[in-house]
Design a protein around this ligand. Structure first.
Ligand code: AMP
Length: 359
């Protein structure tokens, strides 16, 4: 087993968004320095980090110099080219490993992985052309959803196939890229579980979170989730089993559908801190960002225990203009990401309200 990275060391973070920003703040609390690598100048993470490299994810010379200036590398954004991650991995410990990223970058790999370890998903089929789409729709039925396999997030790169959808049009709308067709799940709700796994294989999971989306973007996360104990246990088991099977070091967020009879189906996973874990900052002994830093640095994990119930609401686009009204509520915990421009659909911040724990 590798020795822990002692405080004072430098953590390299690939990606400069709000997840990197909040991870950098947690790293600073533990005495680490953070060096951010991302293509945009003045990124949310850069604003709170000791150093930044502003370069493209394909710039191998910049990646090499970055790798040589840090003690460990991790990601807040996983859609970076495999060659770039391989280069980093040859120079410095990368946690989680590039194999984990490869699985999480591609919806087909992800679903195969879930199914291979006995985790159920919506029925799905790989789609490489219009003929395959017709066959798959005949088998899986309507409604269903056609998604791109790579680079999709927040509902981008998706088209719902209803009774009236023309399949050739749906295929060309997707840009003729390889896709995956999924049966549409008429779910009771959506939950997520975030589990941390350390270098020694120890695991610690946060309580399942109940997520409500608006316009395909996470709107609110509520804790505790209104699910049975059996569903919660099954969800935690799915996250642990996936983290173990991936031999993950870091965090794994698994998004799940809860069906109307209480069963769970895995939708997707992300090997990094997750928007649905922001509530942990204000409601847990150790929040997801500190847990992430601990895992990546080889430190013991902290307690994920929840001391409060919580509701987290994302501030999307112009919502951020309500900051003064939010701050006027002395119980609201406001978190802003330092983004200059409030574009529509952009995650600008979040607000968490906690209550004494009730269960
Ligand atoms: P995704 O990009 O896969 O996370 O999808 C974004 C959102 O679309 C999910 O959080 C769900 O609300 C919805 N969605 C995705 N896939 C399905 C599905 N197979 N059945 C029903 N809703 C879905």
């Amino acid at each position: 087993m590798t020795a822990p990275l002692a405080p004072g060391g430098t953590i390299g973070i690939i990606g400069g968004g709000q997840l990197g920003r909040m991870a950098a703040l947690a790293a600073a609390r533990l005495g680490y320095r953070v060096h951010v690598f991302c293509p945009e100048a003045d990124s949310p993470a850069q604003q709170v980090s000791a150093a930044a490299t502003v370069a493209d994810y394909t710039d191998l010379a910049a990646l090499e110099a970055f790798a040589r200036s840090v003690d460990v590398v991790t990601f807040e954004f996983e859609n970076i080219p495999a060659d770039s991650v391989r280069l980093l991995s040859s120079l410095v410990p990368v946690r989680p490993s590039w194999r984990v990223l490869e699985v999480a970058q591609d919806r087909i790999h992800e679903k195969r992985f879930f199914n291979s370890i006995g985790i159920a998903t919506a029925p799905w089929a790989e789609i490489a052309g219009p003929e395959q789409l017709r066959e798959a729709v005949a088998r899986i039925g309507r409604p269903s959803i056609l998604k791109t396999t790579r680079l999709g997030y927040d509902g981008k790169g998706q088209v719902k196939i209803t009774e009236s959808t023309d399949l050739d049009q749906a295929w060309s709308y997707m840009g003729n890229a390889v896709g995956v067709l999924e049966g549409f799940i008429d779910f009771a709700g959506e939950i997520s579980v975030i589990v941390a796994r350390g270098l020694d294989g120890a695991m610690a999971a946060f309580d399942p979170a109940w997520n409500v989306h608006a316009n395909h973007i996470l709107d609110t996360t509520t804790i505790p989730a209104p699910i049975s104990d059996a569903t919660a246990r099954a969800a935690l088991e799915v996250a642990r089993r996936a983290a173990e099977a991936l031999d993950l070091v870091g965090l794994l967020a698994v998004e799940l559908f809860v069906t109307k009879d209480g069963a769970i189906l895995a939708n997707e996973m992300a090997p990094r801190p997750h928007n649905s874990g922001h509530w942990t900052i204000d409601a847990c002994v150790t929040d997801q960002f500190e847990q992430f830093v601990r895992a990546v640095c080889g430190l013991p994990l902290g307690s994920p225990a929840r001391h409060s119930d919580a509701v987290m609401r994302n501030l999307i686009g112009d919502d951020v203009n309500d900051w003064a009204a939010i701050l006027a509520d002395p119980d609201a915990k406001l978190h802003l990401y330092g983004k200059a421009e409030a574009r529509s659909g952009r995650k600008m911040g979040h607000v968490t309200r906690i209550r004494p724990r009730n269960s």
